[in-house]
Design a protein around this ligand. Structure first.
Ligand code: NAP
Length: 321
């Protein structure tokens, strides 16, 4: 029977499903050495939120497949896995809509100051009718610029165009014709997107090319009234440059689900800024979606170990080996 190591706790029914197909060893990911030892003795692995480095896989000669409970796979060295003949599977699609909902929550919360003003009410500050000091910015009818219009970016574009009558600009290395037809999205250079958008939303994967895609120069190129939304990965933005831009009014505000260091350290200047909405990386975090992701990842792993997985494969070229 195959042996599987799980470095994230799984819903009971998903664990039971895996146990029908393999012996499952659960490991606390904070116990680094125990995880490395378990990987060395496993045929497959499933988990999320842990960097799996090449060094951790030295001696893991039985390992045939890893399955991440996420769509992003920046925690793996994909080229190294391919060299080792290890299939990497991920969970696209099942989390697209709930992550797009999170992006829109950030857009609305930052523009309309929902979190800041809700705290203000709870603190007993609402003593007379509100005035300009509590006003926010409109969302409907504005321009949204989506950096990385793929699955999630497309679901954000649909909400923006059909729900909020917004103009949609985007950057991608290749055109997204479906989004252009369905949402009137227009593909532009990053410089034009930054100059014209009221909301700049990052939804690119974290790669060598997209690390610090938004730095001091890009923030300066945005409108002073613009809001940056990041629900991709923290490192797509140069965080110190963002803090500086928020401090000195280069941009109006930010809605952030992801950070350089997670959990966000308690002394981060971002936490003291009223023009920042900070969430604890909840992009896909609903009961329904997290369950669907865990099941999808478990099914991917079982099929990969059977040699029957045909979709959700990150390193398809490994199959040719
Ligand atoms: P996707 O369908 O692959 O979309 C990514 C988009 O980014 C594609 O349109 C791609 O278009 C574009 N892109 C890739 N590299 C680029 C580059 N160098 N420059 C400009 N555009 C580039 O992925 P998805 O399912 O929408 O997920 C996107 C990312 O969201 C994930 O990788 C993950 O990091 C993040 N995410 C975060 C959460 C959260 O909890 N906050 C949840 C889910 C996902 P081209 O290939 O044409 O360039």
């Amino acid at each position: 029977m195959n042996k599987i190591v799980a470095w994230k706790s799984l819903p009971e029914d998903v664990l039971a499903y895996l146990q029908q197909h393999a012996q499952v060893v659960q490991v606390d990911p904070s116990q680094h050495d125990a995880l490395v030892a378990a990987l060395r003795d496993a045929d497959g692995g499933i988990g999320a939120s842990v960097q799996i480095t090449p060094a951790m896989l030295e001696g893991a000669s039985r390992l045939k497949a890893l399955s991440t409970i996420s769509v992003g796979y920046d925690q793996f060295d994909v080229a190294d896995l391919t060299r080792r003949g290890i299939v990497l599977a991920h969970t696209p699609d099942v989390l697209t809509e709930s992550t797009a909902d999170t992006v829109f929550s950030l857009i609305l919360a930052s523009a309309r100051r929902v979190v800041e003003l809700a705290d203000w009410v709870k603190a007993g500050q609402w003593r007379t009718s509100i005035g300009p000091a509590q006003f926010g910015l409109d969302v409907q009818g504005k321009t949204i610029g989506i950096v990385g219009l793929g699955r999630i970016g497309g679901a954000v574009a649909r909400r923006a165009a059909h729900g909020f009558n917004m103009k949609v600009l985007y950057t991608n290395r290749s055109a997204n014709h479906q989004a252009e037809q369905a949402y009137g999205a227009r593909r532009v250079e990053l410089a034009e997107l930054l100059a014209q958008s009221d909301f700049v939303c990052l939804q690119v994967p974290l790669t060598r090319e997209t690390r610090h895609l938004i730095g001091a120069a890009e923030l300066r190129a945005m409108k002073k009234s613009a809001i940056l939304i990041n629900a991709s990965r923290g490192a797509t933005v140069d965080e110190p440059a963002l803090i500086e831009a928020l401090r000195n009014g280069t941009i109006h505000g930010a809605g952030l689900d992801v950070f350089d260091t997670e959990p966000l350290p308690a002394d981060s200047p971002l936490l003291a800024m009223p023009n920042v909405v900070a969430l604890p990386h909840i992009g896909s975090a609903t009961h329904e979606t997290r369950h669907a992701m865990a099941l999808n990842a478990a099914e991917n792993l079982v099929a990969a170990l059977d040699g029957t997985l045909t979709t959700n494969i990150v390193n398809r070229d490994v199959l040719a080996k």
